[in-house]
Design a protein around this ligand. Sequence first.
Ligand code: ADP
Ligand code: ZN
Ligand code: MG
Length: 482
Amino acid sequence: MGKYEAVIGLEVHVQVRTASKMFCSCANTFGAEPNTKVCPVCMGYPGVLPVPNKEAIRKTVIAGLLTGCEIARFSKFDRKSYFYPDMPKNYQISQYDLPFCANGRIKVGGENVKGFSGEPLPEKYIGITRIHLEEDVAKLNHQHGASGVDYNRAGVPLMETVSEPDMRTPDEAYAYLTALKEIMQYGGISDCDMEKGQMRCDVNVSLRKGPNEPFGTKIELKNLNSFRAVHRALEYEIWRQAQELDAGRTLQQETRGWNDDAGESYLMRTKEQAHDYRYFPDPDLMPVTFTDEEIEEFKSNLPELPAAMRARLVESGLTEYDASVITADRHLAKWFDAAAKCVKNPKILANWIISELLRELSAASLDITQSPVTPEGFAELVNAVDSGAISGKSGKDVLAEMFVSGKSANDIIKEKGLAQVSDAGAVEGFVDQAIAANPAQVEQFKAGNPKVLQFLVGQVMKFSKGKANPKLVSEILMKKLQ
Ligand code: ADP
Ligand code: ZN
Ligand code: MG
């Protein structure tokens, strides 16, 4: 073992987020009563006409642009024929030789970046062979010794991203999937909820003796339902293939399944049983063309990716760490941007979100999308603290109250009389009172004992009933004592 290099290529399917299905007007939903979101088109009745979903095509092009792909000026849909109970037409509409997007790449790793296993993961670009659009198949449900077919999923737009065989370790595959998911989510292309089957990956892996040797025989692993499972399956499969090769056996091209509970892969079919899909252009669908102007239009409206947002936040004064916490969750990133529009100081906003808001949310078992406090409402609170209108400590109490009552920060500040006195004239009055009442301590300070300053600040705060802005108190007191 250890004398082989693994070669890995991934094929990833994501359901595109659209209102309706790929070729009919049925709703693109999840979890509806089985077979209620169907029509003659997605049920594959004879004689019906598919109409392509423009939004799904637009999102596929955006995915291509976000991964540096070339966008085909001319592409088409093809029929991929096979028979399976989950496919009502006995062919799937897909794209064969002219996909919408080709020749892109995705960056993984970087300086000081660690992979899933904890090992360093140096920067590397993984090539994207193609991104094409097709339709999802129905869902088979096996229960109580019987099988049911739910056609609600049949015809949902499904986008497939095929990578080059550029990955060499399970960590690189894990990082590639993470980066791809981030792009899909930030691009608004797919929610990629793996528990809902919105993102599914097939893994191809082979071994070779060294980096300059030709590729070995590839084995495809199907039905991996988490990134963790991909990582485990790859580790196992690399070990298994090495054992085979070490024993002098040759590997056959085959498709294997992954049993996550047992932690092993198992044979599904060999190459001899591979399908001949007999692809041909779908005669019911017109080719899809784009002009250069249309592609430029897409390019000028691209959503911002997390790496670019992080750079922008650091530019506006946040630390790298704060920026990465904010962008780690795209909902939080959006929330931050909405709040940032209403504050003067984005750095303080980030501090308050990370240390206070996230704590309150987690205590209430809520995620950011369920926050009872709006970005604008939170900005009001942060501004009150930032301007010195209330103390940081009061700010925390106000936030807790906002969570419970839903009242605005300013209303709570008024009701509870939390506003600090930041009027220089008023504070000066309290300072004068404190100095007049404590001549002995003033003398001590003037004689060179700095420790009594804290005492005098405390006296001023007492005269102000705790409401004087402490920063202002120190400033004015120092001035008067000098
Ligand atoms: P197929 O014709 O079986 O679909 P492709 O050449 O289209 O095979 O590749 C499918 C996936 O397998 C791609 O992601 C590709 O990067 C990967 N792949 C191709 N050859 C190998 C190999 N020898 N080892 C590992 N992965 C491979
Ligand atoms: Zn339909
Ligand atoms: Mg292929």
